[in-house]
Design a protein around this ligand. Structure first.
Ligand SMILES: *Cc1c(COP(=O)(O)O)cnc(C)c1O
Length: 427
């Protein structure tokens, strides 16, 4: 530490002079919770360390990818081995084939797989493919669901936009907005009414929404949505960028027993490096260039370092007991927080699927974006700040899911619950 001004604040001041808002992704600015961002210096296992040397137990996990924790030795070794042979070729490599095979083995609905570098690219291309296949222009998305920042998906797009109070985004054309229809999460009647027009190329859903906070589908929703889309010749796209390899090795589609037409994965699939993928029915995927007329490309698509990190992450996740442990850690934290809030008479409810959860500051139930928005955001901000002051790093928005990682010990989750007890007593 040097001088009175913490170093993280110095860096933030510099950042604001050159990077808009000082950040390269808006929610990182921590505005909803009334804080400045902490600039991170390093991570190790379940902990991150800011530029001032403060230590935090991490429930962000880089927004999902780091299910194994930070700087996992086996991941670093896998990246190192790949790196020693060159970082990128612009020509295919065997590890891309292994990666695609591993994705398909986890999610058999992905009969063909293509790797890209971000979740945004995966969902954007899945939509283009759906339009090319069905020869329809319109798509249907869910109010409050986030699928990356491509134009047609930035309509009613949840977390980042919601956090900043921006309904969609400036700069999206009226045409793109007109072709994107929106219905509430869990609302089958509204969905059916839109599908009945026969004009919808695809319905894209967050398989288990995480970007309005964690809001699981009601029990019969996935199955009925599958039947409705099939009946109307509309493709069903499961965006599993968060849920893939998170809620189960086979993603939410394994939990729901659903076969989507197309699926997008990212985050965990890249093992902390920039990789994502989309895939699905062979007859649809084979419309992609060079086999068919739907174009998609990427200089760094299938990057060997990212493939190595993703493949090793998947290998580790296949070891016995990982999902049982993730579930137990999530349960201890989420139920611990809820019990503390209730004990203090603070209105609260928790939604959780395994290691993905949100504590909403309201009685609930939270079943869609409209109900999520009834949460007490002031109180969430106070909770966030109190937890940060006690060495726990949370996602800086009520409309995000927190994640436990395999790097957290039983002691760590005990500490996280203790921090919540003290924080909730204070607010
Ligand atoms: C994060 C996310 C995306 C976008 O992925 P990026 O890699 O940030 O472009 C898409 N869909 C969902 C559900 C996400 O959570």
């Amino acid at each position: 530490m040097s001088g009175d001004i913490p170093r993280s604040r110095d860096i933030f001041a510099r950042a604001q002079e050159i990077i808009p808002g000082g950040v390269n992704s808006p929610v990182r600015a921590c505005r909803q919770v009334g804080c400045e961002p902490l600039f991170m210096a390093r991570g190790e296992g379940g902990r991150v360390y800011d530029a001032d040397g403060n230590e935090y137990l991490d429930l962000v996990g880089s927004w999902g990818p780091l299910i194994l924790g930070h700087a996992h030795l086996e991941i670093l070794e896998a990246i190192g081995r790949a790196m020693a042979s060159g970082t990128t070729f612009g020509a295919p490599t065997e590890i891309e084939v292994e990666f695609a095979e591993a994705i398909r083995a986890a999610m058999p609905s992905m009969e063909r797989v293509r790797a890209v570098s971000s979740g945004t690219e995966a969902t954007m291309t899945a939509l283009r493919l759906a339009r090319g296949f069905t020869r329809r222009d319109k798509i249907l998305k869910i109010d409050g669901a986030y699928h990356g920042h491509s134009d047609s998906l930035l309509v009613a797009a949840g977390s980042g936009a919601a956090t900043l109070g921006i309904p969609g985004s400036a700069g999206v054309t009226a045409g793109a907005a007109r072709d994107t229809l929106v219905v509430p999460h869990n609302d089958l009647a509204a969905t059916e009414a839109v599908l009945a027009t026969g004009e919808i190329a695809a319905v894209i859903v967050e398989a288990i929404p995480g970007n309005m906070g964690c809001v699981p589908p009601l029990p019969d929703y996935p199955e009925k949505l599958r039947a409705l889309t099939a009946a109307h010749g509309t493709l069903l796209i499961y965006d599993e960028v968060i849920t893939g390899f998170r809620v189960a090795y086979g993603g939410a589609q394994a939990l729901h027993g659903i076969t989507p037409d197309l699926t997008c994965v990212g985050k965990i699939a890249g093992g902390g490096l920039p990789a994502a993928a989309f895939g699905g029915r062979a007859d649809i995927m084979e419309l992609l260039a060079p086999l068919g007329p739907v174009y998609q490309a990427g200089t760094l698509s299938g990057n060997p370092l990212a493939m190595a990190a993703g493949l090793k992450t998947l290998e580790i996740l296949r070891r016995p007991g990982t999902y049982e442990r993730l579930d137990r850690l999530g349960q201890i934290v989420a139920e611990g927080w809820l019990a503390e809030a209730r004990a203090r008479g603070i209105p609260a409810c928790v939604n959780r699927v395994g290691s993905m959860f949100t504590l909403f500051f309201q009685e609930g139930p939270v079943t869609d974006y409209a109900s999520a928005k009834r949460s007490d955001l002031q109180r969430f901000g106070a909770f966030f700040r109190g937890m940060r002051a006690r060495g726990v790093s949370l996602p800086p928005s009520q409309f995000e899911a927190a994640f436990t990682s395999l790097a957290l010990s039983d002691d760590d989750v005990g500490q996280i619950c203790e921090a919540a007890r003290e924080t909730l007593r204070e607010i």
